[in-house]
Design a protein. Sequence first.
Length: 61
Amino acid sequence: MALVRNVYSLLFRRTSTFAVTIMVGAVLFERVFDQGGDALFESLNRGKLWKHIKHNYEKEE
């Protein structure tokens, strides 16, 4: 209960800190979700993407 009380008093008690908490949380969630989606896409398509097969088609000079 003390943890909930501390979180409430630090982040949710005032409207300004609540708004900042929501904005920071949204930005962090967006970054994590985007990087997770990219990692999942690359793992599902390993060996099919250009960066994985370009050495087969490029000539070294």
